[in-house]
Design a protein around this ligand. Structure first.
Ligand code: AMP
Length: 283
């Protein structure tokens, strides 16, 4: 039976009791509007841990003033049903007032890795993410936390925070779950019009083409970036935010393709800002 906990104190008490029973706790933090991508993390938690907690919280501190905090899709009743069927132990639904009471002024920040990609185009985003994730870790006290490779920079930034601050949690990353036509699943796909939905396919298609080029011997990162840009910009309603061909761990860019390369994209399609990425190993 899934328990719904809204109070921070009750969540801490639950966690202490479960740990005292010698059980391993898995946490999947989400912002709700759940889809198969979230479910893959939740299923991994159920398989790998004794007790599974899923949190739903649309975290205001990670949204910029001109971003979609107000319109972010909220589908709580449907999410509850999905989580009940998945048979998780606790749905943690903290309130904004409890997490960020008046006078709140403490943030945690990861330095270099947040200067690139989404960190560059969304100032303050990672500061909000690391702060809420650290708070959730402190409240839920999980043994393992599950994150998607869809947000690869976020995953790396969280791994860095956990290492640098000696947190007692194992961070597990899981592969991107995609629609049949390759589009990475995202709560923000709901913003897409019919035409936008078709244009959105160009992200994964461009990543695949880039991979093929590298496998066929292309070594110039600039050529790869240009090829991706062309493929995306020829589709209606797309506006590239960034295309990066970079190191998968520190996100630095180089002229030549190295043995392991991350290709990461952020593209605006109508009202939706979509991200996708792929790691390519040179053969
Ligand atoms: P969100 O609710 O968008 O904050 O995402 C919560 C978690 O689900 C994050 O760790 C995301 O990386 C992960 N996630 C979102 N979409 C996908 C996807 N298509 N495949 C795998 N994981 C995902």
């Amino acid at each position: 039976m899934m328990e719904i906990i809204t109070s921070i104190g009750e969540m801490k008490t639950w966690s202490r009791r479960i740990r005292d029973e010698g059980k391993v706790i898995g946490l999947t933090p989400t912002m709700g509007c759940l889809h198969e991508g979230h479910l893959s993390l939740i299923k991994a938690s159920i398989t790998e841990c004794d007790s599974t907690v899923v949190s739903i919280f649309v975290n205001p501190t990670q949204f910029g003033p001109d971003e979609d905090l107000g319109s972010y899709p909220r589908t709580l009743e449907a999410d509850k049903e999905v989580l009940r069927s998945a048979d998780i132990d606790v749905l943690f639904l903290p309130t904004k007032e409890d997490l960020y009471p008046d006078g709140f002024q403490s943030f945690v920040e990861v330095d270099n890795k947040t200067k690139y990609l989404c960190g560059k185009s969304r100032p303050g985003f990672f500061r909000g993410v690391t702060t809420i994730v650290l708070k959730l870790f402190n409240i839920v006290n999980p043994d393992t936390a599950f994150f998607g490779e869809k947000d690869r920079q976020q995953l790396e930034v969280i791994r860095t925070m956990v290492r640098d601050l000696n947190l007692n949690v194992t961070v597990t990353g899981k592969p991107i779950v995609r629609e049949d036509d390759g589009l990475a699943m995202s709560s923000r796909n709901r913003y897409l019009s019919e035409e936008g939905r078709l244009s959105a396919r160009s992200l994964s298609q461009a990543l695949e083409t880039a991979q093929t080029s590298i496998e066929q011997g292309e070594r110039s990162t600039e050529t790869i970036r240009n090829k991706i840009r062309q493929m995306i910009e020829k589709r209606n309603g797309t506006e590239v935010d960034y295309i990066s061909v970079c190191d998968p761990e520190d996100f630095s860019e180089h002229k030549e393709i190295r043995s392991k390369t991350l290709i990461a994209l952020a593209v605006r399609v109508g009202n939706a800002r979509l991200i996708d990425n792929r790691i390519v190993e040179r053969t």
